[in-house]
Design a protein around this ligand. Structure first.
Ligand code: IMP
Length: 422
């Protein structure tokens, strides 16, 4: 498998957790490189459901080294809770998890700022997960953030945190929010720092040791291409680089050592939060919600749903260099008589083949659809390509062709067994 980057090629929630879990069977090292506990990767092992927020999904298989890289922002209290939750159900963490000493720390004031900014934005709100992700990355860019190495050093943490909270409390007061109590947060974070200290290390060196011994390494993307801070539908994005390049900067992996990029898509489109979604459609949303699917793994919010948008996924192939395509949730379309795929957009009299950068223009785009006859039979029992109805095969081949990537993986349900390779 060598070194593989896995990215979401839509607006997040493409079913990456499941594909990562399947691919980690062949990987020795699994690395998270961006985002924070805004992510929620759902994995089913047998009947047991796991939702991972910060820890790479590789942790569910024994003997894998799981790295939280420098590009991730870490809420340490939440990470300790995630570790405890996994240990309670018998998952081995010690000796498997490594946390970058240069990853930035998310504080409670980041969460409050996230909330306050959303309130101030009113109808223009982003619809964030309110996990403090934007403000934490903001501090990183402003060079006022604290890193994991600071958190695990008691003297340095006290000194830096007291300066930080002083400034932040002034900001909170100006926004009409309550100032925060130094002692309470300090003791909570110091306790988390002590718990996490054994895992905190120079992950860049560990990654290169793995490279030297020719270990297979999987970089697991969180969120999706159109939530990328540079390439997404700004400002309705998250605050990290969710595209393939982010895997390198977020881990210390040299770009010329990457062998393969896998893009994950749903067989349709979903999005949580605000911002344009050209193929959004109430009929398909009602259908999927009625089946009990498409509710957010982190916030429980119903996801917005639409037809497969190949204008978007083609763009994702371009910016990520997607070689292989993994299509998930095919079974969500099993009952449909006709299935639509956006192949271009129309704005006024103009036909667009690419996603426009201006969100105001994107919001006006009307999809130009091609229609496919539905297969109207269950696909959940399919275990190989030949098991799929011919119409499902035609549909999958078409979306891969429109996307410009090679169809390699198909998923027809939540469990490990419901995934096959072509
Ligand atoms: P934030 O990352 O919490 O700042 O949220 C910014 C935008 O990204 C919002 O629209 C969120 O709904 C979206 N978002 C963040 N994380 C995820 C994810 O893991 N899946 C899908 N959408 C996400």
């Amino acid at each position: 498998m060598a070194t593989t980057i896995l990215v979401g090629a839509q607006w997040g929630d493409e079913g990456k957790g499941k594909i990562i879990d399947v691919l980690t069977e062949q990987a020795e090292v699994v690395v998270r490189t961006q985002g924070g506990n805004n992510a929620g990767h759902t994995v089913f092992v047998g009947a047991q459901k796991y939702v991972l927020h910060l820890i790479p999904s590789g942790i569910l298989r024994t003997g894998k080294t799981c790295i939280i890289g420098n590009g991730v922002v870490i809420d340490p209290v939440s990470l300790v809770q995630e570790i405890d939750g996994l240990v309670k159900i018998g998952i081995q963490i010690e000796g498997q998890l490594l946390v970058s000493e240069t990853a930035h720390v998310v504080f409670p004031f980041h969460r409050i700022l996230d909330e306050q900014r959303e309130i101030l934005k009113g109808k223009n709100k982003i619809g964030t997960t309110k996990r403090g992700i934007g403000p934490a990355y903001g501090d990183k860019a402003a060079r006022t953030g604290l890193r994991m190495a600071d958190l695990v050093n008691p003297t340095r943490f006290r000194e830096l945190f007291s300066i930080r909270i002083k400034e932040q409390n002034e900001v909170l007061k100006a926004l009409g929010a309550e100032p925060m109590d130094f002692d309470k947060i300090h003791s909570e974070y110091r306790a988390a720092g002590d718990r996490l200290k054994p895992y905190v290390t120079n992950t860049v060196v560990k990654l290169h040791e793995a490279l030297q011994r020719k270990a297979s390494i999987l970089f697991e993307g969180a969120q999706g291409t159109f939530l990328d801070i540079d390439h997404g539908t700004y400002p309705y994005v998250t605050s990290s680089n969710t595209t393939a390049g982010g895997a390198c900067t977020g881990s210390g992996m040299p770009p010329n050592r990457i062998d393969l990029v896998v893009g994950v898509v749903k067989a349709y489109t979903t999005r949580v939060g605000e911002g344009p979604l050209p193929t959004e459609n109430n009929f398909i949303a009602d259908l999927l919600h009625g089946m009990g699917r498409e509710f957010g793994a982190t916030t429980g919010r119903p996801r917005r749903c639409g037809w497969y948008d190949s204008v978007a996924t083609r763009h994702a192939t371009m910016v990520n260099g997607i070689d292989h395509l993994a299509v998930t949730n095919l079974d969500g379309l099993d009952t449909l008589e006709t299935i639509k795929v956006a192949v271009a957009y129309k704005v006024g009299s103009e036909r667009l083949e690419y996603i426009p950068n201006d969100v105001a223009v994107l919001a006006q785009c009307e999809p130009i659809y091609e229609e496919f006859p539905g297969w109207q039979s269950p696909t959940t029992q399919a275990r190989k390509w030949e098991d799929l109805p011919a119409r499902a095969q035609t549909y999958l081949e078409a979306i891969a062709r429109f996307t410009g990537a090679k169809l390699k993986i198909v998923s027809v349900g939540p469990s490990r067994e419901q995934t096959f390779f072509l």
